[in-house]
Design a protein around this ligand. Sequence first.
Ligand code: HEC
Length: 180
Amino acid sequence: MGCLLLPLAAQAGQLSEAEFKAQAKQKAMQLGKTLKQNLQKAVKEGGLPNGVEVCKDIAPAIAAELSTDGWLVGRTALKVRNPQNRADSWEKSSLMAMVKGLEEGLEPGALVQVHVDDTAGEYRFMAPIMTDGLCLNCHGAALAPAVKEAIKQRYPEDQATGFAAGDLRGAFTVRYQQDD
Ligand code: HEC
């Protein structure tokens, strides 16, 4: 009944900037939460090398699950582990703006980047991903040999080590392309 009557804007695939931002944030948080839960479970059950294996499979799968109806959700960074997560030019400049913001003392919550191009129907959003203690096991400066080996086998081009707690590790990146 009433719930079937979608607002006109939603039918046309159009979003206001505020609506886009709220939905993008929701998707980014969902990706982050689901990933972290799965990662913690995998590490608990099978140790860190198992975490690497699980992360390799589930990170792209969870992102794909959230990428429907014109939405594209993922993670990126200036230094990536998976080359498929490499930043494009807007993402790169957004990540650099985040690094600069942190240097200037801004809180992570204030580092969100939004780009809306109404004419092209393109909406983009990025939110920072900070490095904490758990992350150091696989992204820190000193990895356990078994973890190092597990990463090397699956990601021969890995660039994503050497991080310290509190560093910007990367960002959630969300794109919405309006259908015409
Ligand atoms: C058990 C090892 C492990 C732990 C712990 C871990 N990661 Fe990762 N991380 C990976 C792997 C493996 C990938 C590559 C996933 C893929 O193929 O998409 C990755 C990829 C990423 C990416 C995507 C960009 C890239 O480099 O490809 C980000 C961002 C990231 N991790 C952040 C974190 C953060 C933040 C934490 C701590 C909360 C964390 N990771 C903990 C193994 C780990």
